[in-house]
Design a protein around this ligand. Structure first.
Ligand SMILES: [Zn+2]
Length: 423
């Protein structure tokens, strides 16, 4: 089978439109935004762009610490901003606050409506249930506004127990569920215990963890909820960056609204080579009130420029985000991401939740997989160990804990527990 030729004309069009929007946006940013005036210069062409420094989350946090409460990444006077959101701080950092003006918020909402929901086939006739707490994290609110923009009926599941959410989905006839992948499995578990049918659901959209692009997790969600399941990637400080398409085997990055680059071994490349791997770097092209230029996302990706049968001209991440760059562990020279282990664990329906424990023992990395499974399922541990060794080339010890003992969160689950043990 031969690979169809790349459509260079559409790539050229994407690139010239990116440059046009960047130049026009940066003009106002450089006139009034203190944060960027210190770092950026005018961009006339791609050469200028590639000389701009990369930006890190640590720099943004430090800026807000020195200039509380909002920092200096503000293009407009404060009275023009209408929304404040913040990161969860789950990685141990101080939460990062982010302001949006009406134009930036319209940009977020439009990307949800035109790209994320549209790719999942969601429309005005749908009833979208959002199984989230509705705290200050931006994902809930942008998903809500995007569904409203589409003309769909939007239902907030904030301040509800899992049981109340299951009953609300059934009673209100929700057709679309937005949640983390882990929480979708939790909803299915509770619906089964309560003997509540969730037959109205037909689509689910997931973010926060790579699960919806991991084949075995996607199948588990689709089987237990009777839905077609889609992935979505995004960040509070950056915007909604990607979504899975009709092929549902990875994530397209929305190149009409962002410039994406891949950084590896100190080199950052814009039009990444086929199969290139590294950290995703992104520049947004519509959030000019508090923009980000060449931002290191901390997400590890592998990119593909092969044409996708869905017809999208955009870059694709086969299998979605591989994981956080910080979540990679190296066992006997083999690099491992929790998402690779998840793909194998979820093939076993008798396993509930899982977590990877990482220890350093006498300067050697040891990884133990802790899985929830019922007593008498001991053979699962042996099969898991053998499958992990075969697929990943690393020996990982497996340990059983009782069902229901590992945490289940409606926010993103951390599947890597680092245990410091210096001996
Ligand atoms: Zn596609």
């Amino acid at each position: 089978m031969t690979t169809p030729e790349l459509s260079t004309s559409s790539l050229d069009e994407i690139r010239s439109e990116q440059l046009r929007r960047l130049r026009s946006g940066l003009r106002q940013v450089l006139a009034s935004n203190r944060f960027w005036r210190q770092r950026l210069h005018e961009v006339r062409g791609w050469d200028d762009f590639e000389r701009l420094p990369l930006t890190t989350k640590a720099e943004l946090i430090e800026d807000q610490r020195q200039h509380p409460p909002f920092g200096t990444n503000l293009t407009y006077p404060l009275e023009r901003y209408v929304r404040l959101h913040q990161t969860s701080g789950s990685s141990g950092d101080r939460p990062l606050r982010w302001l949006d003006d009406p134009g930036s918020w319209t940009w977020w909402t439009r990307i949800w409506a035109d790209h994320v929901y549209r790719a999942a086939g969601v429309g005005a006739a749908d009833r979208v249930f959002l199984a989230f707490s509705f705290g200050p994290f931006i994902g809930f609110w942008s998903a809500f506004s995007g569904a409203q923009e589409l003309g769909a009926m939007v239902i907030s599941g904030g301040s509800m127990s899992t049981e109340q959410r299951v009953r609300a989905i059934a009673e209100l006839g929700a057709t679309v569920l937005c949640s983390t992948p882990t929480y979708a499995l939790r909803l299915a578990e509770v619906a089964t215990q309560l003997e509540v049918e969730l037959g109205s659901l037909r689509t689910s959209i997931h973010a926060g963890e790579p699960g919806a692009s991991i084949p075995s997790t996607r199948e588990a969600i689709e089987r237990s909820l009777g839905v077609q399941c889609f992935d979505h990637t995004g960040m509070t400080e950056l915007g909604p960056t990607g979504h899975s398409c009709s092929q549902r085997d990875g994530v397209h990055l929305i190149e009409s609204e962002f410039i994406f680059e891949v950084s590896t071994d100190g080199r950052t490349a814009h039009l990444a080579d086929e199969g290139m791997e590294g950290e995703l770097v992104a520049t947004n092209l519509g959030r000019w009130g508090s923009p980000l230029v060449r931002y290191r996302t901390g997400d590890r990706v592998r990119v593909s420029r092969r044409p996708c049968s869905c017809g999208s001209p955009f870059l694709k991440l086969p299998g979605g985000l591989q994981g956080r760059v910080d979540d990679m562990v190296t066992v006997r020279g083999v690099n491992l991401f929790p998402s690779q282990v998840e793909e194998i664990v979820r093939r076993h329906p008798e396993v509930g939740e899982f977590v990877l424990e990482h220890r350093r023992v006498r300067h050697l990395d040891e990884v133990t997989l802790v899985v929830e499974c019922p007593d008498g399922a001991g053979s699962v541990l042996e099969r898991l160990g053998a499958e992990l060794r075969l697929a990943l080339g690393a020996r990982i010890e497996c340990r059983q804990v009782a069902p229901g003992t590992l945490p289940r969160s409606e926010l993103k689950s951390s599947r890597l527990r680092r245990i410091l043990e210096e001996t």
